[in-house]
Design a protein around this ligand. Structure first.
Ligand code: ADP
Ligand code: ASP
Ligand code: MG
Length: 435
């Protein structure tokens, strides 16, 4: 890892890292890996084993099991419109609990340890409550504790603004905390430990015979994560790519080789990759809603007006398709995350007024299935195979979107799993294309 570049970027005192002799390992354990006291003891044993190998170990942890879901449910029993600041106060507590328990379990095994909140760990963020972005990691305190021989346990998913407001990074954000911390302290290795032993060609909970990837490029993993493969938070992959920090995804349940997320150059060298595989994986996303503005006047500037209004509300658009029809009218359809639908509904009237004459139709019963890989657009036959496979499974395609790394179809939500299974059979089970 290019330590100087990273430390300059993160603002950490260069001398502190330089004077640190041991290799630094950052490990992140997800909710399922710390769901019970026994699992927490398992994490402690694994961490201590790495410490005994001579490494300085930083552990980033998620909240236990489904704690975050339970806290959200609890808030909904109080209000449907919680203040985002208060949601952060509530949700960050989940990670604090597991952090303290993991630190205690490590101490029980005879190794000194210390737990840190995001704030104590120097995780600085902007002030977008519930979806904060990381501005930097002031890693000096972490390095000091590592230097004194301790294992440092840090609460993932959270940070602090310049005016000391607690923030969280969005669902699944502990992965991003871990990679950012690895960059911030100039770690030598970064591992994400979870309930699956690597990244597969599709979600192993849906597909019976998924193939494990020994490696996956940053770009392909980013696309898979954005399109719904929740094994990694997409922003963690963005940071890994930006700083070229290889990330190992593996299971916390046993010792098994995982998947390395890295540059294609590294993969070519280490995994002797001879030829690229056209389709690397299949992702799907269910919690989405489709908004169609129908009969929009076909005039310059109309789309600009619509999407700048949406942009002002901080609503991420997953996909946009414009369909032309005769008579100077268009339909504009776009997808948003299900959690953003209430916000979109609030401005729907304004949008319709903006594009005079249009009407808006909302469909919550949609999902996306996507093929991801360097070859999906390069090889025209792949699109035809995707559409034929979905048709043969009796799945109607509502919208299609492509980029140089993905082919996405919007389909009915209740057929999402069937779509993933059919596509997996077509692209991965007929001939072995995994690695
Ligand atoms: P953690 O709690 O450790 O952060 P997550 O539940 O966020 O774990 O992510 C792991 C889950 O991601 C797996 O249980 C699996 O169902 C899901 N997943 C989705 N797509 C994939 C994929 N392509 N490869 C591996 N796991 C995947
Ligand atoms: N606990 C948070 C969540 O469930 C963050 C994480 O697990 O990464 O979304
Ligand atoms: Mg996760």
């Amino acid at each position: 890892m290019k330590t100087e570049k990273i430390l300059a970027a993160s603002g950490t005192n260069l001398l502190t890292r330089r004077s640190f002799a041991k290799p630094i390992l950052v490990q992140k354990y997800g909710g399922s890996s710390v769901a019970t006291a026994d699992l927490i003891k398992n994490v402690a044993r694994r961490v201590v084993a790495r410490h005994r190998e001579g490494k300085a170990v930083v552990v980033v942890v998620s909240a236990m099991g489904k704690t975050t879901d339970s806290l959200i449910k609890l808030s909904k029993e109080i209000t449907q419109h919680p203040q985002r600041r208060e949601m952060d106060m509530l949700l960050h507590a989940g990670e604090i609990i597991s952090t303290a328990l993991v630190a205690m379990a490590i101490a029980e095994l005879g190794i000194p340890s210390v737990s840190f909140t995001g704030q104590q760990a120097g995780m600085r963020t902007d002030s977008s409550h519930t979806e904060a972005r990381i501005l930097g990691v002031d890693g000096v305190r972490i390095l000091e504790e590592l230097g004194s021989g301790k294992i440092v346990v840090i609460a993932g998913f959270q940070g602090i603004t310049a005016d000391l407001q607690i923030t969280t990074l969005g669902r699944g954000g502990s992965d991003t905390s871990a990679v950012a911390i690895a960059v911030g302290i100039g770690a030598d290795e970064c591992e994400i430990l979870t309930d699956v032993d690597g990244v597969y060609t599709a979600d192993p909970r849906i597909v019976e015979k998924p193939l494990k990837m020994s490696w996956c490029s940053y770009d392909e993993m980013l696309e898979l994560a954005i399109l719904g493969a929740k094994v990694l938070h997409s922003r963690s992959v963005e940071i890994a790519r930006r700083f070229d920090v290889p990330v190992l995804v593996a299971t916390s349940y046993r010792d098994a080789p995982g998947t390395v997320i890295c540059s294609p150059e590294k993969a070519r060298k280490e995994f002797r990759v001879m030829e690229e595989v056209s389709v690397r994986g299949i992702a799907h996303q269910k919690n989405v809603a489709k908004i169609s503005l129908v009969d929009v006047p076909d005039q310059p500037g109309v789309a600009a007006k619509v999407f700048s209004t949406i942009g002002k509300q901080d609503i991420n658009i997953h996909l946009i398709v414009q369909a032309e029809h005769r008579g100077g009218k268009n339909d504009i359809s776009f997808l948003v995350g299900g959690d953003k639908l209430p916000l979109v509904r609030q401005i729907l009237g304004d949008l319709v007024q903006l594009v005079s004459g249009a009407r808006a139709v909302v469909d919550e019963n949609v999902a996306t299935v996507s093929l991801v890989g360097e070859g999906v657009q390069r090889e025209p036959g792949i699109a035809a195979r995707m559409f034929t496979t979905l048709a043969n499974a009796g799945i109607n395609i509502d919208l299609i979107s492509t980029s140089n790394l993905m082919l996405t179809c919007v389909i009915p939500e209740d057929r999402a799993e069937d779509g993933v299974r059919a596509l997996h059979q077509e692209f991965f089970e007929k001939s072995s294309t995994g690695d």
